[in-house]
Design a protein around this ligand. Structure first.
Ligand code: NAD
Ligand code: LMR
Length: 318
Protein backbone atom coordinates (compact mmCIF):
# COMPACT_ATOMS: atom_id res chain seq x y z
CA UNK A 1 0.00 0.00 0.00
CA UNK A 2 1.29 3.37 -1.01
CA UNK A 3 1.23 6.88 0.47
CA UNK A 4 0.93 9.28 -2.46
CA UNK A 5 1.22 13.07 -2.61
CA UNK A 6 0.12 15.57 -5.25
CA UNK A 7 1.86 18.98 -5.12
CA UNK A 8 -0.24 21.50 -7.06
CA UNK A 9 -3.34 19.44 -6.32
CA UNK A 10 -5.89 22.23 -6.72
CA UNK A 11 -4.94 22.96 -10.34
CA UNK A 12 -6.25 21.90 -13.71
CA UNK A 13 -4.17 18.69 -13.68
CA UNK A 14 -3.99 18.32 -9.92
CA UNK A 15 -7.76 17.95 -9.40
CA UNK A 16 -8.56 15.23 -11.96
CA UNK A 17 -5.28 13.47 -11.13
CA UNK A 18 -6.20 13.48 -7.44
CA UNK A 19 -9.62 12.07 -8.38
CA UNK A 20 -7.98 9.22 -10.29
CA UNK A 21 -5.53 8.53 -7.47
CA UNK A 22 -8.35 8.57 -4.88
CA UNK A 23 -9.99 5.72 -6.74
CA UNK A 24 -6.74 3.73 -7.25
CA UNK A 25 -6.84 0.61 -5.10
CA UNK A 26 -3.03 0.61 -4.60
CA UNK A 27 -3.12 3.87 -2.64
CA UNK A 28 -3.83 3.81 1.09
CA UNK A 29 -3.22 7.50 1.76
CA UNK A 30 -3.43 10.52 -0.52
CA UNK A 31 -2.20 13.95 0.59
CA UNK A 32 -2.96 17.05 -1.45
CA UNK A 33 -0.88 20.21 -1.27
CA UNK A 34 -1.27 23.53 -3.05
CA UNK A 35 -0.96 27.22 -2.25
CA UNK A 36 -4.78 27.47 -2.51
CA UNK A 37 -7.99 25.44 -2.25
CA UNK A 38 -6.69 22.03 -1.11
CA UNK A 39 -9.04 21.82 1.92
CA UNK A 40 -11.99 22.10 -0.47
CA UNK A 41 -10.64 19.64 -3.03
CA UNK A 42 -9.77 17.14 -0.30
CA UNK A 43 -13.19 17.51 1.35
CA UNK A 44 -14.95 16.94 -1.97
CA UNK A 45 -12.86 13.85 -2.84
CA UNK A 46 -13.16 12.46 0.71
CA UNK A 47 -16.84 11.63 0.04
CA UNK A 48 -15.82 9.10 -2.62
CA UNK A 49 -16.13 5.57 -1.32
CA UNK A 50 -12.64 4.25 -1.91
CA UNK A 51 -9.72 2.99 0.11
CA UNK A 52 -7.43 6.01 0.12
CA UNK A 53 -7.61 8.27 3.18
CA UNK A 54 -7.34 11.83 1.88
CA UNK A 55 -6.08 15.06 3.47
CA UNK A 56 -5.45 18.54 2.11
CA UNK A 57 -2.71 20.97 3.16
CA UNK A 58 -1.77 24.59 2.53
CA UNK A 59 1.68 26.14 3.15
CA UNK A 60 0.70 27.56 6.59
CA UNK A 61 1.48 25.53 9.75
CA UNK A 62 4.28 23.50 8.16
CA UNK A 63 1.88 22.24 5.50
CA UNK A 64 4.60 21.08 3.11
CA UNK A 65 6.39 19.12 5.84
CA UNK A 66 3.13 17.48 6.97
CA UNK A 67 2.24 16.64 3.37
CA UNK A 68 5.56 15.07 2.51
CA UNK A 69 6.65 13.23 5.66
CA UNK A 70 6.49 9.49 5.02
CA UNK A 71 5.39 9.80 1.37
CA UNK A 72 6.27 7.00 -1.06
CA UNK A 73 5.36 8.79 -4.30
CA UNK A 74 5.23 12.52 -5.01
CA UNK A 75 3.67 13.81 -8.23
CA UNK A 76 4.29 17.48 -9.07
CA UNK A 77 1.90 19.30 -11.42
CA UNK A 78 2.49 22.65 -9.61
CA UNK A 79 3.23 25.72 -11.67
CA UNK A 80 1.79 27.92 -14.36
CA UNK A 81 0.60 26.52 -17.71
CA UNK A 82 1.09 28.04 -21.19
CA UNK A 83 -1.10 30.55 -22.97
CA UNK A 84 -1.25 30.84 -26.78
CA UNK A 85 2.02 32.19 -28.19
CA UNK A 86 4.15 30.86 -25.34
CA UNK A 87 6.70 28.05 -25.44
CA UNK A 88 7.18 25.72 -22.50
CA UNK A 89 10.55 27.40 -21.97
CA UNK A 90 8.68 30.67 -21.33
CA UNK A 91 7.37 29.02 -18.13
CA UNK A 92 10.92 28.54 -16.79
CA UNK A 93 11.04 31.91 -15.03
CA UNK A 94 8.24 31.02 -12.63
CA UNK A 95 8.16 27.23 -12.57
CA UNK A 96 11.90 26.71 -12.01
CA UNK A 97 11.63 28.37 -8.60
CA UNK A 98 8.43 26.46 -7.70
CA UNK A 99 10.02 23.11 -8.55
CA UNK A 100 13.19 23.98 -6.68
CA UNK A 101 11.18 24.91 -3.57
CA UNK A 102 9.02 21.76 -3.66
CA UNK A 103 11.91 19.38 -4.37
CA UNK A 104 13.86 20.95 -1.50
CA UNK A 105 10.91 19.86 0.68
CA UNK A 106 11.15 16.34 -0.76
CA UNK A 107 14.89 16.23 -0.05
CA UNK A 108 14.21 17.16 3.58
CA UNK A 109 11.03 15.28 4.41
CA UNK A 110 10.77 12.21 2.13
CA UNK A 111 14.17 11.76 0.42
CA UNK A 112 13.43 8.18 -0.62
CA UNK A 113 10.14 8.93 -2.38
CA UNK A 114 9.62 8.40 -6.10
CA UNK A 115 9.35 11.86 -7.68
CA UNK A 116 7.31 12.41 -10.86
CA UNK A 117 7.67 15.88 -12.39
CA UNK A 118 4.89 17.16 -14.63
CA UNK A 119 5.62 20.91 -14.26
CA UNK A 120 6.99 22.44 -17.45
CA UNK A 121 9.46 22.88 -18.95
CA UNK A 122 10.12 19.23 -18.04
CA UNK A 123 13.36 19.37 -20.07
CA UNK A 124 14.72 21.80 -17.47
CA UNK A 125 12.66 21.16 -14.31
CA UNK A 126 13.91 17.56 -14.02
CA UNK A 127 17.58 18.63 -14.17
CA UNK A 128 16.73 21.27 -11.51
CA UNK A 129 15.21 18.57 -9.31
CA UNK A 130 18.27 16.35 -9.79
CA UNK A 131 20.59 19.19 -8.76
CA UNK A 132 18.52 20.01 -5.66
CA UNK A 133 18.51 16.36 -4.58
CA UNK A 134 22.27 16.11 -5.26
CA UNK A 135 22.91 19.21 -3.15
CA UNK A 136 21.13 17.46 -0.25
CA UNK A 137 23.05 14.20 -0.88
CA UNK A 138 19.85 12.26 -1.49
CA UNK A 139 19.78 11.97 -5.29
CA UNK A 140 18.79 8.55 -6.61
CA UNK A 141 18.30 8.66 -10.39
CA UNK A 142 16.28 5.47 -10.33
CA UNK A 143 13.55 7.38 -8.45
CA UNK A 144 13.30 10.67 -10.39
CA UNK A 145 11.08 10.82 -13.48
CA UNK A 146 10.03 13.53 -15.89
CA UNK A 147 6.52 12.66 -16.99
CA UNK A 148 6.47 12.35 -20.78
CA UNK A 149 3.65 9.81 -20.95
CA UNK A 150 1.28 12.29 -22.56
CA UNK A 151 3.48 12.14 -25.67
CA UNK A 152 3.10 8.36 -25.69
CA UNK A 153 -0.67 8.66 -25.25
CA UNK A 154 -0.89 11.17 -28.10
CA UNK A 155 1.30 9.03 -30.34
CA UNK A 156 -1.09 6.08 -29.85
CA UNK A 157 -4.18 8.20 -30.50
CA UNK A 158 -2.91 10.04 -33.57
CA UNK A 159 -1.26 6.96 -35.13
CA UNK A 160 -4.45 4.95 -34.65
CA UNK A 161 -6.38 7.66 -36.53
CA UNK A 162 -3.99 7.41 -39.50
CA UNK A 163 -3.93 3.61 -39.73
CA UNK A 164 -7.66 3.28 -39.07
CA UNK A 165 -7.38 1.39 -35.76
CA UNK A 166 -10.55 2.07 -33.73
CA UNK A 167 -8.99 1.14 -30.37
CA UNK A 168 -5.95 3.38 -30.02
CA UNK A 169 -4.87 1.55 -26.85
CA UNK A 170 -3.77 -1.32 -29.07
CA UNK A 171 -1.03 0.81 -30.66
CA UNK A 172 2.07 1.53 -28.61
CA UNK A 173 4.70 3.92 -29.95
CA UNK A 174 7.91 4.55 -27.97
CA UNK A 175 8.48 8.31 -27.73
CA UNK A 176 11.97 9.39 -26.66
CA UNK A 177 13.91 12.59 -26.09
CA UNK A 178 12.40 15.48 -24.16
CA UNK A 179 8.98 17.05 -23.72
CA UNK A 180 8.71 20.06 -26.03
CA UNK A 181 8.38 20.48 -29.78
CA UNK A 182 11.24 18.97 -31.71
CA UNK A 183 12.81 17.38 -28.62
CA UNK A 184 9.86 14.93 -28.73
CA UNK A 185 10.89 12.04 -30.99
CA UNK A 186 8.27 9.39 -31.78
CA UNK A 187 9.90 6.15 -32.95
CA UNK A 188 7.13 5.07 -35.30
CA UNK A 189 9.38 2.45 -36.87
CA UNK A 190 9.23 0.61 -33.53
CA UNK A 191 5.44 0.82 -33.07
CA UNK A 192 3.79 -2.32 -31.72
CA UNK A 193 2.10 -3.81 -33.61
CA UNK A 194 4.04 -2.62 -36.66
CA UNK A 195 2.18 0.25 -38.37
CA UNK A 196 2.46 1.17 -42.03
CA UNK A 197 2.31 4.96 -42.10
CA UNK A 198 1.75 6.24 -45.67
CA UNK A 199 4.84 8.25 -46.72
CA UNK A 200 2.76 11.39 -47.40
CA UNK A 201 1.35 11.25 -43.84
CA UNK A 202 4.61 10.72 -41.90
CA UNK A 203 5.75 14.34 -41.50
CA UNK A 204 2.25 15.43 -40.50
CA UNK A 205 1.92 12.67 -37.92
CA UNK A 206 5.33 13.37 -36.38
CA UNK A 207 4.53 17.09 -36.26
CA UNK A 208 1.18 16.44 -34.58
CA UNK A 209 2.80 14.28 -31.88
CA UNK A 210 5.54 16.87 -31.32
CA UNK A 211 3.15 19.83 -31.19
CA UNK A 212 -0.02 18.18 -29.81
CA UNK A 213 0.26 20.35 -26.70
CA UNK A 214 -0.09 23.50 -28.85
CA UNK A 215 -3.40 22.19 -30.24
CA UNK A 216 -4.86 22.14 -26.74
CA UNK A 217 -3.31 25.48 -25.76
CA UNK A 218 -4.88 27.09 -28.86
CA UNK A 219 -8.27 25.46 -28.27
CA UNK A 220 -8.32 26.52 -24.61
CA UNK A 221 -7.64 30.05 -25.86
CA UNK A 222 -5.85 31.51 -22.85
CA UNK A 223 -7.32 29.39 -20.09
CA UNK A 224 -4.43 26.93 -19.92
CA UNK A 225 -3.04 23.76 -21.47
CA UNK A 226 -3.80 20.03 -21.40
CA UNK A 227 -5.15 18.94 -18.02
CA UNK A 228 -7.55 16.01 -18.44
CA UNK A 229 -5.44 14.04 -20.94
CA UNK A 230 -2.43 14.81 -18.73
CA UNK A 231 -4.19 13.47 -15.64
CA UNK A 232 -5.09 10.34 -17.59
CA UNK A 233 -1.46 9.94 -18.71
CA UNK A 234 -0.06 10.47 -15.21
CA UNK A 235 -2.12 7.73 -13.62
CA UNK A 236 -0.03 5.28 -15.65
CA UNK A 237 -0.76 1.95 -17.18
CA UNK A 238 0.12 -1.48 -15.98
CA UNK A 239 3.06 -2.16 -18.36
CA UNK A 240 6.49 -2.27 -16.79
CA UNK A 241 8.34 -0.66 -19.70
CA UNK A 242 7.43 3.00 -20.19
CA UNK A 243 9.26 5.92 -21.76
CA UNK A 244 10.15 8.51 -19.12
CA UNK A 245 12.67 11.35 -18.82
CA UNK A 246 15.53 10.17 -16.60
CA UNK A 247 19.12 11.00 -15.62
CA UNK A 248 20.89 8.40 -17.75
CA UNK A 249 24.27 8.17 -15.96
CA UNK A 250 22.43 7.27 -12.73
CA UNK A 251 20.26 4.39 -13.94
CA UNK A 252 21.28 0.84 -14.92
CA UNK A 253 21.92 0.64 -18.65
CA UNK A 254 21.79 4.43 -18.90
CA UNK A 255 25.52 5.00 -19.55
CA UNK A 256 25.29 2.92 -22.72
CA UNK A 257 22.21 4.80 -23.90
CA UNK A 258 23.83 8.14 -23.12
CA UNK A 259 26.93 7.10 -25.10
CA UNK A 260 24.75 6.11 -28.06
CA UNK A 261 23.27 9.62 -27.93
CA UNK A 262 26.62 11.43 -27.84
CA UNK A 263 26.83 11.80 -24.05
CA UNK A 264 23.56 13.56 -23.19
CA UNK A 265 22.61 13.23 -19.49
CA UNK A 266 18.81 13.47 -19.45
CA UNK A 267 16.62 11.76 -22.03
CA UNK A 268 13.26 10.02 -22.19
CA UNK A 269 13.82 6.39 -23.13
CA UNK A 270 11.73 3.30 -22.49
CA UNK A 271 12.71 2.17 -18.98
CA UNK A 272 11.89 -1.04 -17.21
CA UNK A 273 10.26 -0.21 -13.88
CA UNK A 274 10.30 -2.29 -10.70
CA UNK A 275 9.24 -1.78 -7.08
CA UNK A 276 12.45 0.18 -6.41
CA UNK A 277 12.28 2.41 -9.47
CA UNK A 278 14.19 2.11 -12.73
CA UNK A 279 15.49 -1.41 -13.25
CA UNK A 280 17.05 -0.70 -16.63
CA UNK A 281 17.05 1.92 -19.37
CA UNK A 282 16.63 0.30 -22.76
CA UNK A 283 18.45 1.34 -25.93
CA UNK A 284 16.02 1.40 -28.86
CA UNK A 285 18.35 3.42 -31.09
CA UNK A 286 20.22 0.75 -33.07
CA UNK A 287 16.91 -0.24 -34.68
CA UNK A 288 15.54 3.18 -35.67
CA UNK A 289 15.07 4.48 -39.21
CA UNK A 290 17.27 7.07 -40.95
CA UNK A 291 14.33 9.49 -40.79
CA UNK A 292 14.22 9.07 -36.99
CA UNK A 293 18.01 9.53 -36.71
CA UNK A 294 17.56 13.00 -38.19
CA UNK A 295 14.76 13.83 -35.72
CA UNK A 296 17.00 12.59 -32.91
CA UNK A 297 19.89 14.87 -33.89
CA UNK A 298 17.61 17.95 -33.74
CA UNK A 299 16.16 16.81 -30.40
CA UNK A 300 19.58 16.29 -28.81
CA UNK A 301 20.73 19.77 -29.84
CA UNK A 302 17.66 21.56 -28.40
CA UNK A 303 17.48 19.41 -25.32
CA UNK A 304 21.13 19.95 -24.38
CA UNK A 305 20.43 23.68 -24.04
CA UNK A 306 17.30 23.07 -21.91
CA UNK A 307 19.22 20.74 -19.59
CA UNK A 308 22.15 23.13 -19.19
CA UNK A 309 19.70 25.95 -18.36
CA UNK A 310 18.10 23.90 -15.56
CA UNK A 311 21.44 22.80 -14.09
CA UNK A 312 22.79 26.35 -14.21
CA UNK A 313 19.65 27.70 -12.47
CA UNK A 314 19.83 25.13 -9.68
CA UNK A 315 23.53 25.79 -9.11
CA UNK A 316 23.47 29.56 -9.18
CA UNK A 317 20.02 31.13 -8.58
CA UNK A 318 19.19 32.09 -5.02
P1 NAD B 1 -2.88 25.15 -13.16
O1 NAD B 1 -2.51 26.58 -13.10
O2 NAD B 1 -4.29 24.80 -13.45
O3 NAD B 1 -2.48 24.44 -11.80
C1 NAD B 1 -1.23 24.60 -11.19
C2 NAD B 1 -1.42 24.57 -9.70
O4 NAD B 1 -0.12 24.75 -9.10
C3 NAD B 1 -2.32 25.69 -9.16
O5 NAD B 1 -3.37 25.15 -8.39
C4 NAD B 1 -1.37 26.54 -8.32
O6 NAD B 1 -2.00 27.12 -7.18
C5 NAD B 1 -0.34 25.50 -7.92
N1 NAD B 1 0.90 26.08 -7.43
C6 NAD B 1 1.55 27.19 -7.87
N2 NAD B 1 2.65 27.41 -7.11
C7 NAD B 1 2.71 26.42 -6.21
C8 NAD B 1 3.60 26.10 -5.15
N3 NAD B 1 4.68 26.86 -4.88
N4 NAD B 1 3.33 25.01 -4.41
C9 NAD B 1 2.26 24.24 -4.66
N5 NAD B 1 1.37 24.49 -5.65
C10 NAD B 1 1.60 25.58 -6.41
O7 NAD B 1 -1.92 24.45 -14.23
P2 NAD B 1 -2.08 23.01 -14.89
O8 NAD B 1 -2.85 23.11 -16.14
O9 NAD B 1 -2.50 22.05 -13.84
O10 NAD B 1 -0.54 22.72 -15.31
C11 NAD B 1 0.45 22.58 -14.32
C12 NAD B 1 1.82 22.39 -14.95
O11 NAD B 1 1.87 21.15 -15.67
C13 NAD B 1 2.19 23.46 -15.97
O12 NAD B 1 3.53 23.83 -15.80
C14 NAD B 1 1.98 22.77 -17.31
O13 NAD B 1 2.77 23.33 -18.32
C15 NAD B 1 2.43 21.37 -16.96
N6 NAD B 1 1.97 20.31 -17.88
C16 NAD B 1 2.84 19.30 -18.15
C17 NAD B 1 2.46 18.25 -18.96
C18 NAD B 1 3.42 17.13 -19.25
O14 NAD B 1 3.14 16.35 -20.16
N7 NAD B 1 4.49 16.97 -18.50
C19 NAD B 1 1.16 18.23 -19.50
C20 NAD B 1 0.29 19.27 -19.21
C21 NAD B 1 0.71 20.33 -18.39
C1 LMR C 1 1.35 19.25 -23.17
O1 LMR C 1 2.14 18.58 -23.85
O2 LMR C 1 0.12 19.28 -23.41
C2 LMR C 1 1.87 19.98 -21.97
O3 LMR C 1 3.27 19.98 -21.93
C3 LMR C 1 1.30 21.33 -21.81
C4 LMR C 1 1.74 22.30 -22.87
O4 LMR C 1 2.21 23.38 -22.51
O5 LMR C 1 1.58 22.01 -24.06
Amino acid sequence: MVKAVVLGAAGGIGQPLSLLLKTCSLISELRLYDVVNTPGVASDLSHISSLAKITGYLPANDGLEKTLTGADIVVIPAGIPRKPGMTRDDLFKINAGIVRELVTGIAKFCPKAFVLIISNPVNSTVPIAAEVLKAHNVFDATRLFGVTTLDVVRASTFTAEIVGEKDSRKIVVPVVGGHSGETIVPLLSLAQPACKIPADKLDGLVHRIQFGGDEVVAAKDGSGSATLSMAFAAQGEKGIIEPTFVYLPGVPGGEEVSKALGGIDFFAVPVELGPNGVVKATNPFPAISDYEKKLLAVAIKDLSGNIAKGVEFAKTAK
